[in-house]
Design a protein around this ligand. Sequence first.
Ligand code: NDP
Ligand code: 2IT
Length: 445
Amino acid sequence: MDLEKIMADLEKKNPGQPEFLQAVKEVLETIEDVIKENPKYEANNIIERIIEPDRVISFKVEWLDDKGKVNVNRAYRVQFNNAIGPYKGGMRFHPSVTLGSLKFLGFEQTFKNALTTLPMGGAKGGSDFNPKGKSNAEIMRFCHALMTELYKYVGPDTDIPAGDIGVGGREIGYMYGMYKKLTNTHNGVFTGKGRNWGGSLIRPEATGFGNVYFAEEMLKTRGESIKGKIVAVSGFGNVSWGSIIKANQLGAKVVTISGPDGYVYDPDGISGEKIDYLLDLRASNQDIVKPYTYEFPNAQFFEGKRPWEVKCDVALPCAIQNELNAEDAQNLVNNGVMCVSEGANMPCTPEAMEIFLKAKILYAPGKASNAGGVATSGLEQTQNAMKLNWTAEEVEEKLRQIMINIHEACVKYGKEEDGYVNYVKGANVAGFIKVADAMIDQGVI
Ligand code: NDP
Ligand code: 2IT
């Protein structure tokens, strides 16, 4: 495999999509040996086929704001790969959304979903719509308008969207409502649905819970546990919230959260009513985390800074791509961090990742450690298909077992000669083999 040529061609074909190139490069760099040892992949031109999305749908969304002004946004659905199951992945509403960012997410999702061992292909969608400061009615009109187009391309056996940044239970409700009306079906096409209309218990918590379970599995390999550890978390959204709940349940102390405005350091630990407060903070629809310090005055706010300068044992980046750079990684390593587990998708830059791997700390890429969210989406689909609901305990136990299995797969394919587990390599190789072999089985289509 000529990595340089592949990347040069990809860049030429996909100008202005740096995140997509970043995600592809990371995967290809780690699977070079597998490609060399298994000529079938080159014989079937798998690399060129696996980095090209099956289909990209781009469409206009027109909607009326509360003042009667007509607004226009652009929305997408990137159906990346359905070799192992129907397309599956979240929808993101954030001003930073571009075709390139959704392609990176769809590409990552393909391998992540393979790691869950559930039959799910990879997709991602979203819009540059900014939910911040919008009224409930505006959110509803936008979601409804988006669905009048997207409904044509999704379905329970075709493509099953879910939440991501800026898309939670409320937005899924509005999108599902319009889908149901337009198709006259109630077939559970979204996951992350409300509890009393097909949603699964534990789905809201699942990404964060899974992330902490994965960190716990990594720590076990060194005879450690998260109990009693100091944990730094970034973001203050869905994944941060779930991670903080589970870290507390397992006896850790979480001392940070962050927003685009800066980070909050709470030396007393973010637990109990403070975790509930995170939900109020998100629901306030503002772009800031600072108000936490008005509510809990022992906490300090550091404007324009990231939490990675705080001394911690475990770091859980849970906000957005490339939020942790080389300087942050070096700070963490210098301060003795032993484990970094990504709740977000690709939150560490390639340079940061390099620093963690060189320092041989426990470091999990999001496609392994945050797979609990989409795995529980898969469990939601199963419950919908069986037309019954599992208890919270049943769902959580299945989620925990899936995270343990993903960890095992990473160890199997990522263990190096000196015994160090390179989870980046492990996750990429395990995911790649499953998807690539399915593509070969199905022929050139
Ligand atoms: P949310 O919208 O619930 O939360 C995202 C959080 O990150 C918000 O608190 C947001 O603040 C904050 N944020 C955005 N930009 C920055 C920044 N530059 N610095 C610090 N904080 C920032 O989204 P989720 O929690 O669902 O998603 C978070 C990450 O987890 C994303 O990478 C997503 O792809 C990933 N993920 C999500 C899954 C899920 O099931 N929801 C599953 C697997 C991965 P604000 O909104 O104010 O900008
Ligand atoms: O990045 C992700 O895995 C998600 N946003 C969840 C996708 C899903 O289909 O549950």
